[in-house]
Design a protein. Structure first.
Length: 181
């Protein structure tokens, strides 16, 4: 059994770092916007200062609500974009895996499955490639044995025995671990 993890730690860490950076960028942008909205200088006469404070008092809840909405909107939007990009790297191999399993179930043994360099779950796809190679070899040997049995006469027992040994050999560890029951 392949002991590699399907999703690499570096991929998972990179995703978490990207997500945190998105949150930080949105947070700083929202706070800068809030600063620009409420940056009213105090100075001059008492009446002007009172009007500035009244303006802030009246508009601060609106500004805070607007900033919260913008933060939520941008964080959700960027999260969806990052998630779509990341899920593409995970879902692609799974769809190919499913397609190959369907072909194997139909009795076809495809060649090697090729994955993109950025795809995750490579160990799973590599294991499936090993399975299809093994299955193709066993199926080919069993089919040759079947054809030989159909065309052989009773005197060809030694040739049949050799071919049966060849099929067992191609089954390798599966046969020696109890698969011959």
């Amino acid at each position: 059994m392949n002991s590699q993890k399907s999703i690499k730690l570096s991929f998972s860490s990179a995703f978490q770092i990207k997500y945190c950076l998105v949150i930080l960028v949105v947070f700083f942008c929202a706070n800068f916007l809030l600063y620009l909205l409420v940056n009213k200088a105090l100075g001059g006469s008492y009446l002007e200062n009172l009007q500035t404070l009244y303006f802030l008092d009246q508009n601060l809840p609106l500004y805070l609500s607007l900033i919260a909405f913008l933060q939520i909107f941008f964080i959700v939007s960027l999260t969806l974009i990052i998630t779509l990009l990341v899920s593409h790297q995970i879902a692609g191999p799974i769809f190919r895996y499913e397609e190959v399993l369907g072909q194997i179930a139909a009795g076809q043994f495809p060649e090697q499955i090729v994955t993109r360099a950025t795809d995750q779950l490579k160990p799973m796809v590599d294991s499936l490639n090993d399975l299809t190679t093994f299955s193709r070899r066993v199926y080919g040997n069993a089919q040759a044995l079947s054809e030989n049995i159909e065309t052989s006469s009773a005197a060809d027992f030694e040739a049949l025995r050799q071919q049966i040994l060849k099929v067992r050999e191609s089954m390798g560890a599966f046969y020696s671990e109890g698969g011959n029951q």
